[in-house]
Design a protein around this ligand. Structure first.
Ligand code: ADP
Ligand code: MG
Length: 378
């Protein structure tokens, strides 16, 4: 068990033309479960491979526990990694796959190794499979074996690189719960990489969001959801995504309106809004963000309403998503009982307390200045 500290970690490829990871700082507490999320190519795998010792940083330091492991070879780091493609030895049985790492990394006797493997196999519910070869197993079973092989070593640190991406949705849900249960039981620090924001939000004690090799934000999932530091994070976290509208602030201040007058949208902020929220609305243009669940249907002609046409009604159980013709796309999450069909005109509104405002040029959330948010990449 160990805390992990990453300092100004950088990885360049192709003589510096590709910056896969750009001066990343991270502190992970002992026993913490941290999810790292971001779009494809944002540097997740590269970060994990540097933690594992499979990739050498261009610069920066990595500490695991008390030890600076930056220059320590992978085999001498007490780290176990689980991959998307399982990476089992095809010619070894399940038992041998699990015992192999133990033989390489511990001084246990053969009997002790067998006891550990059998115990772990029971924990993972794969004791029936110990004599099978990987090609006799289903995808889900292979991933249980790969997890078992990581767990049996009782490492200081677990690294997971999209381990559930090859599994079907139902299996993924149950494996998520299982990985969390095991990590919690063993108390082993874990870094779990995924491109799936839902997975990251539901699994992590803390979520770390990367874009373009750069740390965007880290924090508790609910804090990141409620207070995204920039437009990138706001749009990435949550599904369906936050709605964004270009807005202009008129000269008298406090009154927001869509820059496209044809949109016919006027949203008047209450008196003292700027003072109460400690923001200054000095620029001409902002991006207004509001989440689908904060948008509601109101009466025609109501104050602060947007009038729109319903494009699609997407039922999702007790709620429906209304896809509306405001800007590119605008979604409202409404009660499934609301009787609307494509083509209907509808008035929508939201509360000013649910409004996020982003700097039009940098994407920064203007409420979150003290967070020192990095700018979103356009
Ligand atoms: P992710 O896992 O988030 O999808 P990666 O860490 O695999 O992203 O890649 C980050 C960036 O580094 C990408 O632009 C990718 O093309 C590049 N990259 C990764 N590995 C190499 C490599 N061995 N050589 C050159 N470029 C690489
Ligand atoms: Mg990857």
């Amino acid at each position: 068990m160990a805390r992990v500290s990453v300092e100004s970690l950088r990885k360049e490829y192709d003589v510096g033309t590709v910056v896969a990871v750009d001066d990343l700082d991270l502190e992970i507490e002992d026993g913490e479960f941290v999810t790292v999320v971001g779009p494809s190519g944002c540097g997740k795998t590269t970060t994990l491979r540097m933690l594992a010792g499979l990739e050498r940083p261009t610069s920066g330091r990595i500490r695991i526990g008390e030890e600076d492991v930056t220059d320590v070879h992978a085999k001498n780091r007490d780290v176990a990694m689980v991959f998307q493609n399982y990476a089992l030895y095809p010619h070894k049985t399940v038992f041998e796959n699990m015992a192999f790492g133990l033989r390489m990394s511990t001084g246990l006797s053969a009997d002790e190794r067998e006891t550990r493997v059998v115990e772990t196999a029971e924990m993972m519910d794969i004791e029936e499979l110990l004599e099978d070869k990987p090609d006799e197993l289903s995808g889900g079973q292979k991933q249980r074996v790969a997890l078992g092989r990581a767990i049996v070593r009782e490492p200081d640190l677990f690294l997971f690189d999209e381990p559930l991406s090859n599994l079907d949705a139902k299996l993924r849900t149950s494996m998520r719960a299982e990985i969390q249960r095991i990590q919690d039981e063993l108390g082993i620090t874990a870094v779990y990489v995924t491109h799936d924001q839902h997975e990251a939000m539901t699994m992590g004690d803390r979520i770390v969001i990367l874009n373009d090799g750069t740390l965007q934000q880290q924090g508790k999932p609910t804090d990141v959801y409620e207070n995204p530091v920039n437009e990138f994070v706001a749009g990435f976290v949550g599904s369906p995504s936050m709605n964004f509208l270009d807005v202009a602030v008129d000269a008298t201040g406090g009154r927001l309106q869509l820059s496209d007058p044809a949109g016919g949208f006027q949203f008047e902020l209450s008196a003292g809004y700027a003072e109460r929220n400690d923001v200054s609305l000095e620029a001409d243009r902002y991006t207004l963000g509001v989440r689908p669940e904060n948008v509601s249907v109101t009466d025609a002609g109501a104050k602060n309403a947007i009038t729109a046409t319903v494009d699609v009604v997407e039922p999702v159980g007790s709620d429906s998503y209304l896809h509306l013709d405001v800007d590119d796309e605008f979604i409202a999450r409404v009660d499934a009982g609301v009787d609307l069909s494509p083509g209907d005109r509808v008035s929508l509104t939201f509360d000013e307390s649910d409004v996020h405002l982003f700097d039009h040029d940098t994407g920064r959330d203007i409420f979150g200045v003290e967070n020192e948010a990095p700018t979103a990449t356009p």
